[in-house]
Design a protein around this ligand. Structure first.
Ligand code: NAI
Length: 398
């Protein structure tokens, strides 16, 4: 659905899948109808995958979200039905980082103001308020995929990097961790937010935090709209204590191009507003296509759940000798693995490799068997009380 990048097709085809493309998102009823006979579903952000749809299609093995977020999928229901969900958590990281770098330089040189002045027909050449970024201190709040990448590139530009993260993080290059947000705010010339969207982060950055920033510092938010109080930011821009801001994400974003956009930040000096395009590049779309198709293909052929959103993550690679692979999703109750292995042993099946993972209520085990698997053993496992889904992947060649 929804036209993921075409480079997904070759990967999926070479995994033995036949592809049917629907260029747009479907409603729940349409999706329900379209999924007859479909084993792998690929979507972007607009197709909602509900409990009803999953329940009605027990043949569905996996859903690949060709996106970063997975809010459009009922993850709990997918797990209950043993449907693996995959996404592309860091395929657009570099794109966000490059936008942040561009904006840090643009704000520090007051580029958008100079540009606007010439477009308005007014020559205005001045060094006032313009700085090099070299030697300035960048404070990164949230040192995850994006924050840590930005750290490396900012240092390459000659910036000094400090950061604060609620989790313990390895500081890359010469970056230095600070033990509180306040410390970062009091030291940084540029503060940039890259926290995740967990509930507790709603409104985490408001008047109090802006007041703790250095006089004349600038601010970026390319993370989530709801983490920042933009009315408070607008006040500080107007009184000049914050010299510039770059904002890519908003608490309420219009649903379609051409719609009216409202914000208290509109029209303020040295404020760069972008319509949530941090991750929107051709390269990111290509990366997402390759990444998610790769995950779906490997799950389909080999049962590998590496980086799955909801199933325990297992990456047992098939060897040349692998003949029969059983991928078994089950409820995570004590003793299931012992029962499975006892069933195989009683049927005389020789286990050559096995890996188990559990996450909350779900367990997943991949078992490679070198001998022919007796059908009675499979039937016995399939009918076990805790079975959610069992797949036999015969001769999963590399
Ligand atoms: P990530 O999960 O790798 O990193 C987030 C980091 O923030 C984690 O290290 C976490 O421990 C830390 N953190 C969470 N709450 C914190 C707090 N209150 N104070 C300090 N640290 C905190 O996420 P990633 O991939 O780096 O993405 C960061 C943000 O960027 C996310 O909110 C994501 O939705 C957003 N994003 C925006 C895009 C855009 O188009 N503008 C595109 C891609 C991601």
């Amino acid at each position: 659905m929804e036209n993921p990048h075409a480079n997904a097709d070759d990967i999926l085809t070479s995994s033995g899948l036949e592809i049917v493309r629907v260029p747009h998102a479907l409603t729940e009823d349409e999706l329900d109808e379209a999924l007859d006979g479909v084993e792998i579903l690929g979507i972007r952000s607009q197709t909602r995958v509900t409990d009803r749809v999953l329940r009605n299609h027990p043949q569905l093995l996996a859903v690949g979200a060709f996106s970063i977020g997975v809010n459009q999928i009922d993850i709990k229901a997918a797990t209950t039905h043993g449907v693996a969900v995959f996404n592309a958590p860091f395929s657009n990281t570099r794109s966000v980082v490059e936008l942040a770098v561009a904006e840090i330089i643009a704000m520090t040189r007051r580029l958008t103001e100079r540009d606007k002045s010439l477009h308005d027909g007014v020559w205005y050449k001045s060094a006032s308020g313009s700085h090099e970024v070299r030697g300035r201190t960048l404070g990164i709040v949230g040192y995850g995929n994006i924050g840590s990448q930005l750290s490396v590139i900012a240092e390459a530009l000659g910036m000094r990097v400090i950061f604060y993260d609620t989790s313990e993080k390895l500081a890359l290059g010469n970056a230095q961790a600070r033990s509180s947000l306040r410390e970062v705010l009091s030291e940084a010339d540029v503060v940039t937010l890259h926290v995740d969207g967990r509930e507790g982060n709603a409104g985490m950055f408001g008047a109090e935090q802006f007041a703790q920033m250095k006089e004349g510092a600038s601010f970026l938010n390319l993370s989530r709209g709801f983490v920042v109080d933009y009315a408070a930011l607008a006040e500080r821009i107007k009184d000049g204590s914050i010299s510039g801001a770059s904002v890519d994400v908003f608490p309420k974003e219009p649903g379609a191009n051409g719609e009216q956009f409202e914000s208290e930040l509109r029209g303020l000096p040295n404020v760069i507003l972008t319509p949530h395009i941090g991750g929107s590049t051709i390269e990111a779309q290509q990366n997402i296509g390759t990444f998610v198709a790769g995950k779906l293909g490997r799950y389909y052929r080999h049962g590998v759940t590496d980086l799955s959103v909801n199933l325990p993550r297992l990456a047992l690679e098939p060897t040349d000798a692998t003949r029969h692979r059983i991928a078994y999703v089950h409820r995570n109750t004590p003793g299931v693995l012992a029962l499975v292995n006892q069933t195989f042993a009683e049927a005389g099946a020789n286990i050559e490799g096995q890996i188990l993972g559990t996450a909350a209520q779900t367990g997943y085990v991949i078992t490679d068997i070198s001998s022919e698997i007796p059908v009675e053993a499979l039937a016995a496992i399939n009918s076990m009380e805790d079975t959610i889904r069992m797949r036999v992947l015969s001769r999963p060649e590399k």
